[in-house]
Design a protein around this ligand. Sequence first.
Ligand SMILES: Nc1ncnc2c1ncn2[C@@H]1O[C@H](COP(=O)(O)OP(=O)(O)OP(=O)(O)O)[C@@H](O)[C@H]1O
Ligand SMILES: [Mg+2]
Length: 113
Amino acid sequence: MKKLEAIIPEDKLDAVFNSLIQLDIGGFTYFTVKGRGKRPRQMVSSGRGGRFESAYNVNASIIVVVPDSKVDNVVDAITSNASTGLAGEGKIFIYNVDDAVDIGTKKRGESSL
Ligand SMILES: Nc1ncnc2c1ncn2[C@@H]1O[C@H](COP(=O)(O)OP(=O)(O)OP(=O)(O)O)[C@@H](O)[C@H]1O
Ligand SMILES: [Mg+2]
């Protein structure tokens, strides 16, 4: 099993969400994250016509745990919906997962997903 942790622009979340639910995967989790890449930070309107540099970029983070055989499908679903080819469109980090437990049934490993 692998865990994919993607950081994507928040405005791409709906498209990625709709693509992920087409895949035969157990589920996914997302949350709002703040961070910083190499680029200058986002300019934000102050509401009084002024603009200032925000401390962080606000993005969406998605976590998906899948069997190894589905990693490429998930990567494709994310990149094809979140990438326009520009810099600063985020990252996908991929980790090995030792085990997982479905709390209700106590199933372990891939059958828990
Ligand atoms: N190495 C990293 N480790 C953890 N989080 C990261 C890393 N790189 C980027 N991020 C996260 O991803 C967000 C987008 O960063 P991204 O790397 O896409 O932008 P960039 O560095 O400005 O451009 P690029 O890397 O495409 O040239 C950041 O705000 C941060 O939250
Ligand atoms: Mg970067």
